[in-house]
Design a protein around this ligand. Sequence first.
Ligand code: BG6
Length: 520
Amino acid sequence: MATMHMSVRPEDLSQLPKGKERTPDAGILVIFGASGDLTKRKLLPALFHLCQSGLLPKRFSIVGVARRPLGDKFAADMREGIVEFGGAEPNDPKLDEFVKRIGYFPLHFDDPADYAGLKVELDRIDKQMGIGGRRLFYLATSPEFFAGIIENLGAQGMAHPDHGLAAVVIEKPFGHDLASARELNQQVNAVFHESQVFRIDHYLGKETVQNLLVFRFANGIFEPIWNRNYIDHVQITVAETLGVEGRGPFYEKAGALRDVVQNHMMELLSLVALEPPSSFEAESVRREKLKVWRAIPSIPVLNAVRGQYGPGIVDGQHVAGYRDEERVSSESGAETYAALRLEIENWRWAGVPFYLRAGKRLQKRATEISIQFKQPPLLIFDRIAANAACSVIHPNLLTIRIQPDEGIALRFGAKVPTTPEMAVCPVNMDFDYESAFGKSSANGYERLLLDAMEGDQTLFSHRDGVETTWALYTPILEAWAAKSPEKFPNYAAGSWGPECSDRLLERDGRSWRNDLGRKA
Ligand code: BG6
């Protein structure tokens, strides 16, 4: 397929603001579960990126909290993580300065005495650095510890300090079904006011995800056709080539529906489907998202399918099946793939199917949204039988590449030159983030950490949103739990998932778009 690349001229780039021109007030960031992967791979690299851009206050300290007595080894480990995952130069003097801000405090999550000790330590750092009592507690532990940590912070008076401010960031998954999410919301709100709570979904920190709002509402030409009159259907794919990467025990309990669909994919769906918010304020955006989720009628269990990978070849390498992964049951029924069809019952979307799929160990890593438009009412042009791409007239397709190869492409038909017939072939107009704006080393957490430090909840989930999305998926999770999958594993690693997923779309006369990624 032919491709036309569109680029931004250098003189346009000079007009762009460089990063966010704001710095939060002094504070201490306390990370619970700091010895886990997230802290090393994502959080500390993101904090270092903020520091490099001059967006961290001078009086700012990071305290890692976990059970093991790590002492100074913690800061050294984080330094390694920042180099390995954050692209920092090992000899960067700024990195040495940054690492001096990292401390560690060992704590048993269920021991109130340890929290009393933590409070003393935080007060000491606060006094030494003149921080003024601002604290951000980041819960990056396994979810079963969230409620206990929150209760202990409350009991020690750390949620409502006499001086300063406190807020809490809570990682996903927020609960494992509707009942547990409700219970956790109650436990959290018994200690923290909703305005102090930041339920994080790192997808919302991705530039390309935020760009969905800009694309739709900062341009006049798409909104008039963004509805059931012009759109045939929408596909959202979160395809990963990675397996469970040592997270067997977590994944055994979670599965793809809880891990990715209920949160990341529902956020993507809401941004594609929402009505124009009245402003980019937290309340307006959240209200519109909630309306979308509430307009989704219950999803028939038959419209949801699951899969699990067996052994196969990914990127030229033989890889094990899920059941052979570390700390995974040899008879596991956990789904590593989920796909479903849903509808949104409102005036804009009635009758337009949304197909969602998420899977591990698929053929290609790609998170993409594709909006397929309807065919013109009459096809008056020729097709070239000898050329596969041009043998059918393809409908217009808008693809939004969330990652990798971040960008947006629009497919349309063009006349094939020099042929006597009026033959039509599909071509692509392609906007590529990297060539327009340069490469970014940001991982999404930069923006979200900065927002949480500043108390801006726009890009965080509200309790109602979390409960509404769980309400949609809980019946499917219950039906799946009640009936063991018959044919697991049902797809080979390195494929595009199980056959039942293809059949889900075939029923509607459609198929998954598997030519994901940027066209050469
Ligand atoms: C996490 C999931 O929330 O998102 C992981 O727990 C998944 O299983 C990851 O791999 C995907 O994130 P990203 O940013 O790599 O698309």
